[in-house]
Design a protein around this ligand. Structure first.
Ligand SMILES: Cc1ncc(C[n+]2csc(CCOP(=O)(O)OP(=O)(O)O)c2C)c(N)n1
Ligand SMILES: [Mg+2]
Length: 692
């Protein structure tokens, strides 16, 4: 036992005293939680009991310029970076002043943005899912350094992603590891191996441990050791941190630790553990005490620390328990960060500008952003220099702005989407691309679990500013995996905004608004409108608006007005639509000149409630047109909303047109045409409604 204190690194007495105080504090916390379990288990919690030594060794060596993503068992990391037990217990009791989330999320699910402490982006509770966002932080740190945009620090910042041993079997963790070694990010993956995954044992869940797994990731330097030994942990972490600070490359820590507490307050160890004695024999607390007794400390000194920390924690426990609860109205704070884009500005149709296809309006918008804002980047599959996007939507950008600003990613939609939350935390402004809407699914988890909740659950500390471009829609036999509509699923995620422009001018103005918006924005861009090649979509091609042009989200556009005489005589109706629906409706309404108003929503979340309400009230008849399958769709929800909001002014039931309710859009063009709505179908429904 004593041999491990003979480390090359001499740890001064002050540091050891601090470490012991913190370990005693962590023990006092978990003891007091157990002693008061009836009260403390109102909200679920897990503690670091058994993991304290390696966690403190890490937390105590992090600096204020560093970044760390602790997981739910990391309360000793939080003590190590300087959080007080009182602050931690405010979260335990889900109190209003919980510094992480204001009572919104569980114990030891931190987020922190203090000048004098390492930064902690929002931490979700989904095991392993922090790997991608945190690797995104490292990507942002690297980008800012390479571009000379980083703040000056004597010691360069490192990024730490802490993970339980079982969580690394999640597929997304491999995406993160792969990017870290490929790009040599300054990151530490800090794996605490207690060999448990709730009740599933290592033997059932893995063929190799974290250190062996990491061998598959070329360039990841691995340190594997007993994390229950504070001296050893402190020394190895010191070396590992130094490698990352100086050599700017990734490291994986594999620390073997006993799990001494319960999995969580709700899942008790006595229900299933058969190895408690063996784990108890590796308890870091008596080991540390024995080491300290052989190393400049007396029993009296240690006992004094143990009893005084216990008193402090007891007192802070009461204080935290009696602290104020959140008020009902607090629920509504921080749903979206305020955007500076609140009005339409700039010139939509500058004189002398030629009609420009939609795909180029998007390209020019991104080009202007990249030219003006060095913190902006564009990445995704095939957007790099060689091709410039499968739709040539990013053509020439890599050549103009460099391969470190516009680049290809591997086929990793989770990484493409999830990395933006970390990038945004560092001050970068990522614009990313999912190649086809059909492939958003592997990234949807990150969009839902991480991006959409970062601002809300960090109580307003970490907005995730990201533009996610998604080519969407059916176009010329794209078939079942290059044609799907996904807006209903995306719009169902709260905390993100969604645009679906139908013209070049709208796409450019909304792309700019999306960029300046501090929230995550999904830009749905219809492939069939990109070049206006489909008959009837010529008007998607517009003059390219000027550089200043922006359109605020939540402002629809009147595509076509009905005649006053028709409105007055009760012979008019409105169509609420977006995307390709705009063009089907325009073509269809030609047969009913002056009878049909068409509203293009332009943004689906938020949508222009006022314009929709006014338009329906004006006409008393309404048709909602979408390209999506109808069952449980955005369009159906819109029709429901209209029916309720405008019930008294409706002269007919709200009608809806959409695709047939089938699992996929078939490849064969006859089948595709049968599935998707068209102008003829819209024309028939207009007729029916006008005659109702
Ligand atoms: C994505 C996801 N799946 C399942 C869970 C439920 N869950 C919570 S903790 C846990 C075990 C994690 O084990 P490990 O990563 O080794 O951490 P430990 O609790 O052992 O410290 C599971 C399966 C979750 N939180 N997230
Ligand atoms: Mg485990």
């Amino acid at each position: 036992m004593s041999s491990s204190t003979e480390t090359k690194l001499k740890i001064d007495k002050k540091t050891l005293t601090k470490a012991f105080e913190l370990m005693a504090t962590a023990r006092a916390l978990s003891d007091i939680y157990e002693e008061n379990s009836k009260v403390t288990s109102k909200y679920v919690h897990a503690t670091s009991r058994g993991h304290e030594a390696v966690q403190l060794a890490l937390g105590m060596q992090l600096k204020s310029q560093d970044w760390v993503s602790p997981y739910y068992r990391d309360d000793s990391i939080l003590l190590g970076i300087g959080m007080t037990p009182f602050e931690l217990m405010l979260q335990l009791h889900a109190k209003r002043d919980d510094p992480f989330s204001g009572g919104r999320t569980y114990y030891s699910h931190p987020s922190l943005k203090r000048d004098d402490m390492p930064k902690i982006p929002h931490q979700s509770s989904a095991t392993g899912m922090q790997a991608i966002p945190t690797t995104g932080v490292a990507m942002g740190v690297q980008y800012l350094e390479k571009r000379g945009l980083a703040e000056d620090h004597k010691d360069k910042p490192i990024v730490v992603c802490s993970l339980g041993d079982a969580s690394i079997t999640e597929g997304e963790v491999s995406e993160a590891f792969q990017m870290a070694v490929l790009k040599k990010f300054p990151i530490m993956y800090f794996i605490q191996d207690n060999e448990w995954d709730i009740s599933a044992n290592a033997k059932e869940t893995r063929a190799q441990n974290a250190a062996e797994f990491a061998e598959g990731f070329k360039g990841m330097e691995v340190f594997s050791f007993d994390g229950n030994d504070f001296f050893k942990s402190y020394e190895i972490l010191n070396e590992a941190i130094n490698i990352i600070r100086v050599e700017r490359r990734p490291v994986l820590i594999h620390a073997k630790v006993p799990l001494l507490g319960h999995h969580t307050s709700g899942v008790r160890r006595e229900w299933y553990r058969d190895d408690l004695e063996e784990h108890q024999s590796r308890d870091p607390y008596p080991i540390f005490q024995a080491q300290l007794l052989e190393n400049r400390f007396s029993r009296e000194e240690l006992d004094e620390i143990i009893s005084s920390t216990r008193k402090v924690v007891e007192q802070q426990y009461e204080q935290a328990l009696n602290a104020e609860d959140p008020k009902p109205e607090d629920l509504y704070n921080f749903d979206f960060a305020p955007t500076p884009i609140t009005e339409e500005k700039g010139e939509r149709e500058p004189k002398g500008k030629e009609a420009t296809v939609m795909v180029d309006c998007a390209l020019f918008a991104v080009q202007e952003i990249l030219a003006k804002h060095p913190e902006s980047l564009l990445y995704g599959q095939d957007v790099g220099g060689r091709l410039g996007g499968v739709f040539r939507e990013a053509a020439t950008l890599a050549q103009k702005f460099g391969d470190d600003r516009v680049f290809n990613t591997p086929i990793q939609e989770a990484f493409i989407i999830g990395s933006t939350v970390g990038m945004a935390a560092t001050g970068c402004k990522p614009i990313v691309e999912v190649q086809f809407a059909d492939y958003i699914w592997p990234g949807l988890n990150q969009l839902f679990t991480e991006l959409s909740r970062s601002y809300y659950l960090s109580n307003g500390k970490w907005p995730a500013s990201a533009v996610i471009r998604v080519p969407i829609g059916a176009y010329g036999s794209g078939g079942p995996y290059h044609s799907s509509s996904v807006e209903s699923v995306v719009c169902n995620i709260k905390g993100i905004k969604v645009a679906y422009p139908s013209t070049g001018a709208d796409l450019k103005g909304l792309m700019k608004a999306a960029y300046y918006d501090p929230n995550p924005v999904v830009m749905l861009e219809h492939k069939g409108l990109y070049w206006s090649k489909i008959k009837g979509t010529e008007e998607a091609k517009t003059a390219e608006p000027d550089e200043e042009y922006v359109i605020p989200f939540g402002k629809a556009r009147v595509v076509q007005e009905a005649d006053t005489t028709k409105i007055e005589s009760g012979e008019s109706m409105t169509i609420i639509t977006y995307g390709m629906g705009v063009y089907w409706s325009k073509t269809a309404s030609k047969a009913f000149k002056g009878h049909v108003e068409i509203i293009d929503l332009r943004t689906l979340m938020p949508f222009d409630e006022e314009m929709v309400r006014e338009s329906v009230k004006k006409h008393g008849k309404c048709l909602v047109v979408t390209e999506e399958t109808l069952a449980n769709s955005y369009a159906m929800a819109m029709a429901g909303w209209i029916s309720k909001q405008c019930f008294e002014s409706l002269d007919a039931p709200v009608d809806i047109i959409g695709a047939k309710n089938l699992p996929a859009i078939p490849l064969n063009s006859t089948l595709e045409a049968e599935m998707i709505p068209n102008a003829e179908e819209v024309q028939q429904r207009i007729k029916d409604l006008l005659e109702y």
